[in-house]
Design a protein around this ligand. Structure first.
Ligand code: DC
Length: 222
C-alpha cells in the first residue's frame, strides 16, 4: 500500500518548499496541487475570462489538458496542453485567478481524480488546501501548516523580488489576506484543518527549522 502525507494550509506558509524538501529526504513524490489550480487559472486568463465567467470556465475544462510531469533536469513541471507553464503560473494575477477558479465545484471535481490517481500509484507528499479533508481523507499523516499573514506575505514578497518581479509588500499582504478569506469561506472544500491533522506554525522560523520539525513529525509517525 502506498503512503500519503497531506500538507494543507494557507498561501505562503511554506508548504511547497517544505514538502518538496521533505519528499526528497523520504524518497516520496511531491505533488503541488496549487499548481493544478493555477494552471486552470492561467488557461482562463488566456481566454480573457474573469472570476465572474463561471459558465465559460466550466465549458473550458473538457477543452484543456493539465498534467504534472518532469523536465529533462528531473524538475517537477506542470503542462497546459503540452506546454510547460510552470514559470507562468506564479504571478499575483494568476494567484487571484487560481483562487477564483478553485471555488468552482466543477473545477475541483475535474482535478480530484488526477490528484487521487497520483497518490494511488506512488508514495506522495501532497500539498494544498483540502488534501487531508477531501482529496486524501485516509492519508496516514496530515499536517496543517500555518504562519502569520505578515510573515507569509514577507516570504512571498522576497520570493517574487528574487525572481525580478516589480511588486509591493503592501499589495502582497492584502492579496494574502484576501485569498485567505476567499479560500476559507468558500462553500466547497474550504481551507480548514482535518480533525486528525497536526497543526504546525512556522512564523518566525527559518526554512531549515521548519523542514526538520516536519521531518521529525513524519518519521515519528511512519
Ligand atoms: O498553493 P497555491 O497558492 O499555489 O494555490 C493557488 C490557489 O489554488 C489557492 O488560492 C487556493 C487554490 N487551491 C485549492 O483550492 N485547493 C488546493 N488543494 C490547492 C490550491
Amino acid at each position: 500500500m502506498s503512503i500519503a502525507i497531506a500538507i494543507d494550509g494557507p498561501a505562503g506558509a511554506g508548504k511547497s518548499t517544505i514538502a518538496r524538501l521533505a519528499a526528497k529526504e523520504l524518497g516520496y513524490i511531491y505533488v503541488d496541487t496549487g499548481a493544478l489550480y493555477r494552471t486552470i487559472g492561467l488557461a482562463a486568463f488566456r481566454r480573457d475570462l474573469t472570476a465572474d465567467d463561471k459558465e465559460q470556465i466550466i465549458a473550458m475544462l473538457p477543452e484543456i489538458k493539465v498534467e504534472l510531469a518532469f523536465n529533462e533536469r528531473q524538475e517537477k513541471i506542470v503542462l497546459l496542453d503540452g506546454e510547460d507553464v510552470s514559470g507562468l503560473i506564479r504571478t499575483p494575477e494568476i494567484s487571484m485567478m487560481a483562487s477564483a477558479v478553485s471555488a468552482i465545484p466543477e473545477v475541483r471535481a475535474y482535478l480530484l481524480d488526477l490528484q487521487r490517481d497520483m497518490a494511488h500509484t506512488n508514495n506522495v507528499i501532497m500539498d494544498g488546501r483540502d488534501i487531508g479533508t477531501v482529496v486524501l481523507p485516509d492519508a496516514q499523516i496530515k499536517i496543517f501548516l500555518s504562519a502569520s499573514p505578515e510573515c507569509r506575505a514577507r516570504r512571498r514578497y522576497d520570493e517574487l523580488i528574487e525572481k525580478g518581479m516589480d511588486v509591493k509588500y503592501e499589495d502582497i499582504l492584502s492579496d494574502v489576506i484576501e485569498r485567505d478569506y476567499a479560500d476559507s469561506h468558500r462553500d466547497i472544500a474550504p481551507l480548514k484543518p482535518a480533525d486528525d491533522a497536526i497543526s504546525v506554525d512556522t512564523s518566525g522560523e527559518d526554512l531549515e527549522t521548519s523542514v526538520n520539525k516536519l521531518l521529525g513529525i513524519m518519521r515519528d509517525k511512519l
